[in-house]
Design a binder for this molecule. Structure first.
Ligand code: FIX
Ligand code: ZN
Length: 412
């Protein structure tokens, strides 16, 4: 039996030995070659750190940085954020955690030693090492068939690594309609800018074709704060309800809606240029209520929306909140969000995803998150023990599996 005193240690031990399913990443099966990013130069030129580098160097013009080679950019970021000042931010600290976990000294003045280490790693072998250090069993990718480089690789075919699961990402096809229509037409789908029955049928064919090719376990889209349903005249809303939701229902897979991104508020920053906006929770509630046979994974980018999402999930059992996304993936907010979810939803949510863009990030994103989520979980078990409830290690193992095994993503 665990006691209030021993519970923290037990939770941390169970979490450490439980491998997790990472339900949203931008990683790729190592068979997709250069699409899978890893190593110190990729770690340091992660768009989170690029944005922070411009804060350290407001004098630097955007083109002066973006015309540098990747290794020069990495050298500059290391110098500005890790040498000239303490690497206090979560994104900086993450790099230190990765270096330490790999047995490297996080105090180097230059990147030479790190570059020598990574030069000695091989793609597949390094995937094994990172998955082991991060305690990961499987990751879900973000696959975009409208990315020509990625489409070619899928059409050519390759032997898949079962640890990398497919996800059909919808943004490039649907977000800027009718721009997406031209792209879809270009790859053989007979669509036009209208949302005629023919066009919607062809969009559904595209979704079905690529869900099959990817063996997609869900379809995902990031949505602006302005996304609304119902919205009879909005192309995006109509494409979601008349194409995406029906195909997801037929295939028995969820739709992941990631809501609250204001794209490119500063275009000069590229991937680092997106911001956050508070979205309308009533839209999700209306969708969940009007499409009871669809399952929705949902996450928001605004802190305020995360509490509203917990309440919406209490009202609609086909909503599964997931992750502390992007600007919410910081210790202080992971703690707050996890506590409110446990208090309002029990164990019926997916606590975290890494959003890793660089393979090595899995190590820090999961070491950091396990520590915080474990701490909050221990608080809740302590409360149970104080209320006279017996809590065993088997209970904790069962509960943690429920939170992290990805079961809520299994097809119907
Ligand atoms: O839409 C998304 O999947 C976002 O996670 C990304 O676009 C974003 O750039 C990111 O990587 C955040 O962590
Ligand atoms: Zn993402």
């Amino acid at each position: 039996m665990t006691t209030a005193k021993s519970i923290r240690k037990t939770v941390s031990a169970v979490l450490a030995r439980t491998t997790v399913v990472d339900i949203h990443t931008h990683l790729f099966d190592s068979a997709l070659g250069p699409l899978l990013l890893w190593g110190i130069d990729e770690l340091l030129t992660y768009h989170y750190l690029v944005a922070e580098c411009f804060r350290a160097r407001p004098d630097m013009e955007y083109p002066a940085f973006f015309t540098m080679s990747k290794s020069r950019q990495a050298d500059l970021i290391w110098s500005e954020l890790f040498c000239k000042r303490s690497p206090i931010s979560e994104a900086c600290r993450g790099v230190l955690t990765v270096l330490q976990a790999l047995g490297l000294d996080p105090n180097e003045a230059s990147l030479a030693a790190y570059r020598r280490y990574f030069a000695g790693q091989t793609g597949r072998g390094y995937v094994d090492k990172v998955f082991k250090l991060a305690g990961i069993s499987r990751v879900y990718m973000t696959n975009d068939p409208l990315n020509p480089e990625e489409r070619t690789a899928w059409e050519k075919g390759f032997k898949r690594d079962p640890r990398f699961l497919g996800v059909l990402r919808l943004d490039s096809a649907l977000m800027a309609w009718p721009k997406g229509a031209e792209t879809l037409k270009g790859i053989g789908y007979d669509v036009d800018s209208s949302l005629s029955g023919q066009t919607l049928a062809e969009v559904r064919r595209y979704l079905d074709d690529w869900c099959r090719r990817l063996d997609a376990r869900y379809m995902a889209i990031s949505l602006p704060p302005s996304f609304r349903y119902p919205a009879a005249t909005h192309s995006l809303t109509n494409l979601m309800i008349k194409a995406v939701f029906p195909v997801a229902r037929e295939r028995g897979i969820p739709v992941a809606m990631m809501i609250g991104v204001k794209k490119l508020v500063n275009p000069a920053l590229g991937d680092a240029g997106d911001s956050v906006g508070k979205a309308d929770i009533a839209t999700l509630e209306q969708i969940a209520g009007d499409f009871p046979d669809n399952r929705f994974l949902a996450t928001y980018l605004s802190r305020e929306n995360m509490h509203e999402l917990c309440v919406a999930a209490r009202k609609f059992k086909n909503i599964t909140p997931f992750g502390c996304w992007w600007f919410l993936n910081n210790p202080s907010l992971i703690r707050e969000i996890t506590a409110m979810r446990l208090e309002l939803l029990g164990l019926s949510f997916i606590p975290q995803h890494s959003d890793a863009r660089v393979l090595d990030q899995l190590i820090y994103k999961w070491i950091h998150s396990r520590a915080i989520i474990g701490d909050v979980l221990a608080d809740k078990y302590e409360d149970l023990i104080r209320a006279g409830r017996r809590v065993t290690e088997a209970d904790i193992t069962r509960d943690i599996r429920m939170l992290f095994d990805g079961a809520r993503l299994q097809p119907n």
